[in-house]
Design a binder for this molecule. Sequence first.
Ligand code: SF4
Ligand code: SF4
Length: 492
Amino acid sequence: MNKDTLEKQLYDEEAETFRNQLATVTDDGKRKWVYPKKPSGRFHRARIAVSAVLLLILVLTPFIKVNGHPFMLFDFLNRKFILFGVLFGPHDFHLLVIAMISLIVFVILFTAVFGRIFCGWACPQTIFMEMVFRKIEYWIEGDSKDQRKLKSAPWTGSKVFKKFSKQIIFFAIAFFISNIFLSYIIGIDELIKIITDPPSEHLQGLFAITIFSGIFYFVFSNFREQACTIVCPYGRLQGVLLDRDSIVIAYDNVRGEPRKKFKKDEGWENRGDCIECYQCVEVCPTGIDIRNGIQLECVNCTVCIDACDDIMDKINRPRGLIRYASLNSIQNPIRSGSDGKTKWRFTPRAIGYSALLSVLITVLFVLLLNRTEFSVTVLRTAGLLYQEQPNDMISNLYDLNMVNKTFDEIPVTLKLVPRNPLGENIEGELKLVGNQIVLEPQGNLDAKFLVLLPKDELTKMSTPIDIGIYSGDNLIKKITTSFLSPMKKKDE
Ligand code: SF4
Ligand code: SF4
């Protein structure tokens, strides 16, 4: 089949009618329940292994502590985040914004090059749905045919037992998942308290767990693939993120068409390799036919690759009729490697995204490297110049703001390190409004202080002074600011 015919076939209006409605919705708008066939094969085995590792990481991470604090915490309510043991708070908002923009650009770049690999291999929704809940369903209700039969069977004791036990197990797992996710928000210690203390002491926490459990239970027992096809914004953005060079799970229509039922005594002339067995459709958890081309509903779960490879083995044809490939590599095989595998091409689009991402990551790294755990701002109080004080002293009033980004309480003292134009010390005094400053962990503190210097020593209208911030005897920060004084008369 030549390229023009293929293009025509691909964009033929009739062939595109599948795009007019979702595979999981009937003509009259009702939900079409998907009963995917039990998957098997090399990609599925690999995904089971990857999912097991990711689930283990998800469950164990809340228990990891660094110096007694969580390794990861996303406390949105108190705007406190701990990433890899480092505490970030509201004062790090700029870092969060740059990190978020970098993440979005990374996702765009990754998707433009590798399609929806994340959806199939690492998305929590797919992992929980396909590797946990669906497996339990197969275990209790059997493969797709048995599930269909059970659905239409009368409510016998066995059906009641199967249906109820499945729902109870589903709810128990949803409850477990909600506890795990909550531990990322409130911390594992707080979660253990909620579990072990009398319920009346943690009504808010219990309320949150109940709501989370209900949502997870509804999503995995009922809503299912619709989370990917209707709700997920990432899935809906595929149309703009993918291009003809993106590597996706694709049906090789050059090799597969024209499709025809397989008959043992017929040869392979004048026909494609697709034998219309529908195995790729029967295993699909979103109910689509990948032979129609790239579709929003495809979560790149790879099970259609395994199903088709199995068929190809049985009919003695090469594997890979459905495989990871770009549209261009299928339609222009010359651009592919001699082994028929897709040659990766760094497209101008990918170059542009990579350049932008490099800039963002560099900025983020520079900011992170220069990030201090303690920040201080000293400003002369607005609207005031200087005040004449008894004993020929001049005073300036200052506003002080300090942010403690650590987990520890920091008692702070301020000392004046005044200097004259030659850099020599000027004897002066620093008076704090209030006696002592104690910075709470992750605290933000505002205070005022006065600096008094002898009038005789001040030779200029503005004298630079240093203020030392001490914790005990340790100088933790030195701030340079200016001290205003009256203009010296000529004879003085
Ligand atoms: S599994 Fe392969 S051979 Fe069977 S219908 Fe799908 S693409 Fe064709
Ligand atoms: S088309 Fe294939 S990869 Fe896409 S969701 Fe269906 S089975 Fe998974």
